[in-house]
Design a protein around this ligand. Structure first.
Ligand SMILES: Cc1cc2nc3c(=O)[nH]c(=O)nc-3n(C[C@H](O)[C@H](O)[C@H](O)COP(=O)(O)OP(=O)(O)OC[C@H]3O[C@@H](n4cnc5c(N)ncnc54)[C@H](O)[C@@H]3O)c2cc1C
Ligand code: SF4
Length: 297
């Protein structure tokens, strides 16, 4: 699919195709407060909506149950900010994109999502006529770095049984320096090593080889950037155009990723590890004649 998106294959590079890379942070204090890292994903969406560059955004936020992800169409800054922060499970942004077109008649939509969701949206943009009906309205894809995610019931189990915390009291979940940590109104709870959570991850995450959302226009993650900042990889012309638009308006401040620690090297390392783990799992599944999703073959 890289040829359809970028006009060339890029398999030799750990990070996929990258035109420019930054460590960045939102300038808006409200967005910085609610954002997961530098609040960059939210700042991009809020500002592009205000400037009519897009007319809607597909985001994922907590639904009726705490930390149970629900994707939705956000039409203004307030709705986008309400969705800031990371939920370590999966929503259904594809359904929301249908709604954005069918119910709201939107023409220029931005989507935030995991690498697997970026792949699905790229298929919608490059697939047959039926897919392109919605896909042609998707203007900007913002992909999040991703190691793994968990079914909601297991996310609850991790928080309530492993970390002995009432999920209703959790204000933020984060992965930092190899630990999964929850924050409540009483502060930071003792975290647990991410390696011990592998057994809870969705089965398809074990064969997923994309850490840095290689098919997005803009990829955003915490790894690679200093605390409170987001690492940003601009992959396509539209990604560069949107980011420049925000830099000019001082919505975001950014320094080249090569000027900060730990920088792109750590993103490359985690990408390479994820690819290696996926390859091993695929080989094991082949030997045991277990199913392998088509995208992983
Ligand atoms: C399942 C998952 C696993 C991740 N794992 C890593 C990792 O291993 N390493 C790393 O560096 N970064 C990881 N990230 C990305 C990281 O947590 C931040 O989302 C990213 O750094 C952007 O930060 P920000 O402050 O710019 O985002 P914000 O400004 O807070 O915006 C975050 C945006 O992401 C959307 N969102 C939240 N949860 C989901 C979800 N489940 N699905 C789709 N969209 C969602 C929100 O609606 C919001 O628009 C992961 C994200 C997810 C969703
Ligand atoms: S690890 Fe891969 S399959 Fe699992 S949620 Fe992340 S991008 Fe999707």
């Amino acid at each position: 699919m890289s040829r359809d998106v970028f006009g060339e294959n890029y398999e030799s590079s750990e990070l996929g195709r990258v035109k420019e890379s930054y460590s960045a942070q939102a300038n808006d204090s409200e967005i910085k407060e609610w954002g997961q890292d530098g609040g960059v994903a939210t700042a991009i969406l809020a500002s592009l909506l205000e400037e009519d560059y897009i007319d809607g955004a597909i985001i994922t936020e907590s639904g009726n149950e705490p930390w149970n992800p629900v994707s939705k169409v956000a039409l203004n800054r307030e709705e986008v900010i309400k969705g800031a922060g990371t939920i370590y499970s999966l929503g259904s942004p594809l359904l929301s994109s249908e709604e954005a077109v069918e119910k709201y008649g939107l023409e220029n939509i931005a989507v935030v999502g995991t690498p697997c969701q970026m792949r699905a949206f790229r298929r919608m943009k490059t697939g047959n006529k039926q897919f392109r009906r919605v896909g042609s309205r998707i203007k900007l894809l913002i992909g999040l770095f991703c190691t793994e995610s968990f079914p909601y019931s297991d996310l609850r189990r991790i928080v309530e049984e492993e970390l002995e915390t009432n999920i209703e009291k959790v204000e933020k979940m984060d992965i930092d320096k190899g630990k999964f940590i929850v924050y409540t109104d009483e502060g930071e709870k003792e975290g647990m090593p991410v390696s011990s959570l592998k057994k809870y991850a969705f089965p398809h995450c074990h064969v997923c080889h994309d850490f840095s959302a290689e098919l997005a226009d803009i990829s955003v993650g915490s790894v690679g950037a200093p605390l409170g900042h987001s690492a940003v990889l601009l992959r396509t012309s539209i990604g560069v155009e949107a980011f420049d638009f925000l830099l000019e308006r001082e919505v975001i401040r950014a320094s080249p990723l090569e000027n900060v620690e730990p920088g792109a090297g750590l993103i490359e390392k985690l990408s390479s590890n994820k690819r290696g783990d996926a390859r091993e799992e695929i080989e094991e599944r082949k030997e045991n004649e277990q199913s392998i999703p088509p995208y992983a073959k």
